[in-house]
Every structure is written in structure tokens, then in C-alpha cells.
Write a protein that binds this ligand. Structure first.
Ligand code: FAD
Ligand code: UDP
Length: 378
């Protein structure tokens, strides 16, 4: 074995694929029973509908080398992501656009009129001096739109009053003065035609790659554990950085998600793939309806059944799956300390979402892994 990779998410698999293609022998371990990290998906057994096990994953990128690379393993459908939100039992399009504004104010404003109105409503705070998320939100879109679509949704997601969250969380809240409601602005967007797991399996499908599942790096009863391997060969570690160092600098804080999945005996539950729930009295943040991610599979998906998943957000304990870094000032200080420790760890490179305590989209995780391979490992 020339290299050990801890974690079979997109970061780990990209390193594994590149290393194998250049003739190195690679072992990838993962503590879960499947490959792919959070991008893993599987077919719900009674309906055959592909379900994204760890929350909806939409692929999008503007990076030409990442787009060229991912197309070696899968083709993509022409799915374009659009999100709607339910506020007081009325459905509005997101991100906030001229359609949202006109529906909310029961008006027919032109782009210039809507811009002038939001400018006037937003005058309460100056965006540059905004001290917290609430002030920033009001400075960007005005209080009425902020209170309807942002305040309570953000409060549910972070279990924190937006007045106590940093302004940066929504520093680039898009507001569009036209009717464009595409969720992403990237050059390329789509879903893997044969599903995420087929894509991930193709990346790992090489005689030089050995994948061991149900194998935890910190479990000393299995041979490829931390104590037995560090210093013996190059290691790429994509698990949580604080766990690697036994939390010596404290535990970094994460949000986790709980998913409640249900098979319903109706052909179409909500008419779209993702519906957000903006109000505080609904406990979940959104509902995913998976068949809408693949309209091109209409002939093979059932017409009388559907799979939905309600998403709930909360702070993670050490036993939960970490999903989104919270990034408090204490977390940022802790991360600096861990980065210093990581720099001193012989032959171990830290990568990916958990290893660098960063929210990374899939294209960012793949791009970062390609850079690590080219600049530090190849
Ligand atoms: P992960 O996929 O988390 O993989 C890390 C792997 O390491 C896991 O399989 C884990 O089991 C393993 N591991 C951890 N500790 C150990 C250990 N001790 N021993 C062995 N193995 C270990 N990106 C998009 O581009 N579009 C989206 O729409 C999107 N939606 C998302 C929704 C949610 C809810 C979340 C959480 C993420 C979303 N992402 C999305 C981001 C995407 O999931 C990440 O970019 C991707 O998972 C990053 O890959 P990774 O390899 O860094 O981490
Ligand atoms: N947001 C919001 N209302 C919405 C959707 C998003 O207030 O209906 C805010 C919220 O603060 C959230 C941020 O925008 O944390 C990013 O949302 P997005 O859905 O893009 O993030 P995801 O949870 O999908 O990563």
C-alpha cells in the first residue's frame, strides 16, 4: 500500500482515483457501511425512487477542470434547481425575486419600482455597519421581506436568534429584480443520470483501489488504525479534525440534521423537489420530494406513490453526524490551534469538509482534492 485514505466521500475518492490512475496502490477506509460520504444515495425499496440519504444534493459548478473531471465518471441530466417557500400558507418563489416581491406586496412593480421600494424599506440600517444577521438582513431587503422569509427560517436552522448570529452568514443574500428563480448561478448544473452511488462507485472502481467499509480509523482492534499507521506511510485524513487530536483544543461546534422519511400513497405531494417552510410554527425547515429531481425517470417511477423527507436542524452532539460548521469565535480560535497541530503531523494531510472544518459544496471538495493531489501528493 502506497497511501491510506480515511473517508470515502468525494474528497477521499478523488485522491484515491488520481493516485490509482498514476499507478499507486491505495486503501480507502470508511466507518460507514457504504462509500460516498454525505453524497450517498439509494433507491427507496418499495418505490424505487432515489433518495439522497444525507439531504438533497444538487451538483453545480463553474470550474471547467472540475466539470471535465466529473464527466469521466457520469453524465448529468438537465435538472435545474428551483426552491419555493411556504409563508403563512402561501407559496412564494425563492431566491427573493420580482415574483416574490410582487406576490408579497400584491403588486405589479417593474424592476425599477421594486428596486426603489426595497431601497426605501432597507434604509433602517446601513449594510456596512450591520452588527448581526438581523441588521444585515434588514439592510439588504427591508424589514417586511426579512421577517417573512429570513428571520424564522434562519432561527430554526441555527436554533439561535438572528440578532446573535454574525452578519456574514447572509452577506450575499441574492435579491433579483427580474423573474429568474434559478437557485444556482453556475455555468453547469445537473444530477448524475444513473444516481450518485453509481458515480461514486465508478470513481472507486480500479484494481489499485481497495475499499474497506465499517472500518473506523480510531478503532484499535482493526489493523489500519491511527496508532498503527501514522508515520508509516502517507495518509489523507478526511474525518473531523478535532476528533483526530482527541479534542485537546476543545470540540468544534456543528449543526446536524434529522430526517423524517415517509412513503405517501399519492402520485405528487407538493409538485416540486424542495419546499421551504419560512414560519416558526412549523418545526421542520423544508420538505424534499425526491421524484421531482428526476422527471426523466417518470416512466419507471410509480405514478401513485411518492417519497418525502422532512428536514429538522439542531446543534450536534459528539454522537451525531456533523453537517454544517457553526463557526463561532471560539470555533475559529480552536480551528487555528488544530491547524497548527495538523501542520506538525508527519505524512498526514487533512482534507475535505470535516478535516478542514469548512462548508464545501461537492465541486469545491473535488476541486480541493485535485489541487492537493497535484500540488502535494503527485
Ligand atoms: P464527506 O462526504 O462527509 O465524507 C467524509 C467521510 O469520512 C464519511 O464517509 C465518513 O464516514 C468518513 N469518516 C469520518 N470519520 C472517520 C473515521 N474515524 N474513520 C473512517 N472514516 C471516517 N454539496 C453540493 O455541491 N450541493 C448540494 O446540494 C449539497 N447539499 C448538501 C446537503 C447537506 C445536508 C450536507 C451536509 C452537505 C451538502 N453538500 C452539498 C456538500 C457535500 O456533501 C460535500 O461537498 C461532500 O460531502 C464533501 O465530501 P468530503 O469527502 O469532504 O466529506
Ligand atoms: N435562508 C433563509 N430562508 C430561506 C432559505 C435560506 O433565511 O428560505 C438563509 C438562511 O440563513 C440559510 C442561508 O440562507 O442559512 C443559506 O440557505 P441555503 O438553503 O442556501 O443553504 P443550505 O442549507 O441548503 O446549505
Amino acid at each position: 500500500m502506497d497511501i491510506l485514505i480515511v473517508g470515502s466521500g468525494f474528497f477521499g475518492l478523488t485522491i484515491a482515483e488520481r493516485a490509482a490512475a498514476s499507478g499507486r496502490k491505495v486503501t480507502v477506509i470508511d466507518r460507514r457501511h457504504h462509500i460516498g460520504g454525505n453524497a450517498y444515495s439509494e433507491d427507496e425499496p418499495t418505490t424505487g425512487i432515489e433518495v439522497h440519504r444525507y439531504g438533497a444534493h444538487l451538483f453545480h459548478t463553474s470550474n471547467p477542470s472540475v466539470w471535465e473531471y466529473v464527466n469521466r465518471f457520469t453524465t448529468f441530466t438537465n435538472y435545474v434547481h428551483r426552491v419555493y417557500t411556504n409563508h403563512k400558507n402561501v407559496v412564494y418563489p425563492l431566491p427573493i425575486n420580482l415574483g416574490t416581491i410582487n406576490q408579497f406586496f400584491q403588486a405589479a412593480y417593474s424592476p425599477a419600482e421594486a428596486r426603489a421600494l426595497v431601497h426605501e424599506l432597507a434604509g433602517e440600517f446601513d449594510s456596512k455597519d450591520a452588527a448581526n444577521l438581523e441588521e444585515k438582513g434588514i439592510a439588504l431587503i427591508g424589514r417586511p421581506l426579512y421577517e417573512a422569509f429570513i428571520r424564522d427560517y434562519t432561527g430554526k436552522q441555527w436554533q439561535t436568534d438572528p440578532k446573535d448570529l454574525p452578519a456574514e452568514v447572509i452577506s450575499r443574500l441574492p435579491v433579483r429584480y427580474n423573474y429568474d428563480n434559478r437557485y444556482f448561478n453556475d455555468t453547469w448544473e445537473g444530477l448524475p443520470t444513473q444516481g450518485y452511488t453509481a458515480w461514486l462507485e465508478r470513481m472507486a472502481d480500479h484494481p489499485n483501489i481497495d475499499v474497506k467499509l465499517d472500518t473506523d480509523f480510531f478503532d484499535e482492534s482493526q489493523p489500519l488504525n491511527k496508532r498503527a499507521t501514522v508515520g508509516q506511510l502517507p495518509i489523507v485524513y478526511t474525518g473531523p479534525v478535532d476528533r483526530y487530536f482527541d479534542y485537546v483544543e476543545g470540540a468544534l461546534s456543528w449543526r446536524t440534521l434529522d430526517f423524517e422519511q415517509e412513503v405517501l400513497q399519492v402520485g405528487d405531494y407538493q409538485g416540486t423537489s424542495v419546499m421551504n417552510y419560512a414560519d416558526a410554527d412549523v418545526p421542520y425547515t423544508r420538505i424534499h420530494e425526491f421524484k421531482h429531481f428526476h422527471p426523466e425517470r417518470a416512466d419507471r417511477y410509480p405514478t401513485d406513490k411518492t417519497v418525502i423527507m422532512r428536514e429538522f436542524s439542531r446543534f450536534a452532539t459528539r454522537e451525531d453526524e456533523p453537517y454544517y460548521p457553526v463557526n463561532t469565535p471560539e470555533d475559529r480560535a480552536g480551528l487555528l490551534a488544530y491547524r497548527e497541530l495538523a501542520g506538525g503531523e508527519k505524512d498526514v494531510l487533512f482534507g475535505g469538509r470535516l478535516g478542514t472544518y469548512q462548508y464545501l459544496d461537492m465541486h469545491m471538495a473535488i476541486g480541493a482534492a485535485l489541487s492537493m493531489w497535484n500540488n502535494q501528493l503527485a
